[in-house]
Design a protein around this ligand. Structure first.
Ligand code: HEM
Ligand code: PLO
Length: 483
């Protein structure tokens, strides 16, 4: 019997009391890369101990889909012991106060289904994306960090979706938002992995101090927006996500049965908007930055996208969403960026909410499951030259199929799939087609190409870099004509 039980446990890294598998996990590689390396020795599914927690690492798409899709609800929990995320969720019962880091429950489901960017909000969002003019203000040849311009453009889409507001260049509130958000990205969730990757634990107290400071700036900003919205809220107009949440809150107060007795507190509302706002800004901006990194490494890709636009007659400065089907090479470029540098290479950790299994292996209730998206997207069995950036033939999608391989899940899948997938895809298409239409990108003279190594954290960000954006002559002429 004991033998049978052992047989069904996933292969396990050696572990010791208290320190868990620490001694087997010494590596200066980023966690996702290191977990992929361990796959060679331990197989597609293996387990390790993070302190006293049993963690299962899943490295292939068959098992990943079992976790996310087939048994999605069983694996829909989120870990609770990560103190920095706990802190991000501030105040009271944290499981009720956020979307991304809370367990799957009635309270969790309530805001996404009723109020988060559903079709109406995404439509509203897309209208505002098409109107966002930030990139148009980037005129004249100049060397610029793409961060400010891109982040403001993306932020304004999310701002209009959440608060019906937008930021102008140099707005001090926007500067402070940029700062706190970077501070949170740099520090939050680090402690979920410091248990096993001690090298991540550089100045943890300093990290916690930064995180606390940034979260408090964020909370003040959100609270101001909330106060302003409450002051001029009207039942007859729904301007944005915050209005939708306010309406849901009022109707749940007036009629307890409408939400099956689940109350919506002010904090709950703020955390929901905070998650959408944070996810909306940091993810899309990161993909745009990676796209620029790859476009300067592979200038022929930009040229092919432009040819694509020219051939399909879509070479205009105001591409809109209806042009998506006409620009297959640009679509393939975006897919390839999302594959080669996934925003969230380990997704957000999942937790088994009941005793269950993954393939032939038993999984106990409470086990954490990390789906290593990096392994899926760099799997030699599924991709030809996975480390090569290639939006061409080898990544082609089959007719009628939107994804290039079964081993491709940039937004996750199942009940915890990304909530902003549709919005993000629209934004990426519009911003990149505008950017390629207006500019050619190259490195400033004498500067090395930006690094392809990411900075691992709650999102996988490229390292800081600058590019030279030359306005295309054709665009200048057309811009003159339009103006
Ligand atoms: C969750 C990817 C943009 C909102 C996730 C997850 C991934 C992901 C991998 C985790 C899934 C899991 O844990 O299984 C991306 C990528 C984006 C993007 C690649 C951009 C290209 C956005 C945007 C929004 C958003 C624009 C909001 C407007 C969320 C939320 C969750 C989430 C709220 C948590 C869902 C949950 O825990 O159930 N995203 N995301 N994301 N995303 Fe995105
Ligand atoms: C980004 C910094 C913000 O200030 C707070 C925030 C909220 C939601 C998080 C987001 C951060 C990072 C990216 C996350 C998102 C929820 C889903 C998304 C983790 C920390 C991804 C990629 O999974």
């Amino acid at each position: 019997w004991a033998f049978q039980t052992d047989e069904r446990n996933p292969p396990s890294l050696p572990s010791w009391p208290i320190i868990g598998s620490l001694l087997s996990l010494r590596s200066d590689r980023a966690p996702h890369v290191f977990f992929q390396e361990l796959q060679e020795k331990y197989g597609d599914v293996y387990s390790l101990m993070m302190g006293s927690h049993n963690v299962i690492i899943v490295n292939s798409h068959h098992y990943a889909k079992e976790v996310l899709l087939k048994k999605g609800k069983t694996f829909a929990g989120r870990p609770r012991t990560v103190s920095s995320i706990h802190f991000l969720c501030t105040k009271t019962a944290w499981t009720k106060l956020t979307i991304a880091f809370a367990d799957y429950s009635a309270t969790w489901k309530f805001p996404p289904e009723d109020c988060a960017p559903g079709p109406q909000h995404v439509r509203d969002g897309s209208a505002s994306i098409e109107q966002t003019s930030e990139l148009r203000h980037l005129s004249g040849a100049r060397t610029t960090g793409p961060r400010e311009a891109l982040t403001r453009a993306v932020t304004n889409v999310v701002c209009s979706l959440c608060f019906s507001s937008s930021y102008k260049r140099g707005d001090p509130e926007f500067e402070s938002m940029l700062q706190y958000s970077q501070g949170i990205v740099d520090t939050v969730a680090k402690d979920s992995l410091v248990d096993i990757f001690p090298w991540l634990q550089i100045f943890p107290n300093e990290d916690l101090r930064i995180l606390k400071e940034c979260v408090s700036v964020r909370d003040k900003l959100l609270e101001t927006k909330y106060r302003e919205h409450k002051a001029d809220y009207s039942d007859s107009v729904q301007r944005d996500l915050l209005d939708a949440l306010l309406r849901a809150k009022r109707s749940s107060e007036n009629n307890n049965t409408s939400t099956q007795g689940v109350g919506l507190t002010d904090d709950h509302l703020l955390m929901t908007v905070g998650d959408i706002f944070g996810a909306g800004v940091e993810t899309t901006t990161t993909v745009l930055k990676w796209s620029i990194v790859y476009l300067v490494h592979y200038p022929e890709v930009g040229t092919s996208s432009c040819t694509d636009m020219e051939m399909s007659g879509t070479w205009r400065c105001d591409s809109n969403l209806s042009d998506r089907g006409n620009l297959p090479y640009l679509a393939a470029t975006i897919r390839e960026v999302l594959r080669i540098r996934p925003v969230s290479p380990l997704l957000i950790p999942h937790v088994a909410v009941a005793d269950t299994s993954i393939g032939e292996y038993a999984v106990k209730k409470g086990a954490r499951v990390i789906v290593n998206l990096w392994s899926l997207h760099h799997d030699q069995r599924e991709w030809k030259n996975p480390d090569l950036f290639d939006p061409g033939e080898s990544r082609k999608t089959e007719p009628g199929c939107a994804v290039p391989s079964a081993s491709y899940l940039p937004f996750g899948a199942g009940v915890r799939v990304c909530l902003g997938e549709a919005l993000a895809k629209m934004e990426l298409f519009l911003f990149l087609s505008w950017l390629l239409h207006r500019f050619t990108l190259e490195m400033p003279a004498g500067q090395p190409l930006p690094s392809l190594d990411g900075k691992f954290g709650v999102v996988l960000q490229p390292q800081k870099f600058k590019v030279h954006a030359h306005p295309r002559p054709g665009w200048k002429a057309k811009r003159g004509a339009v103006a």
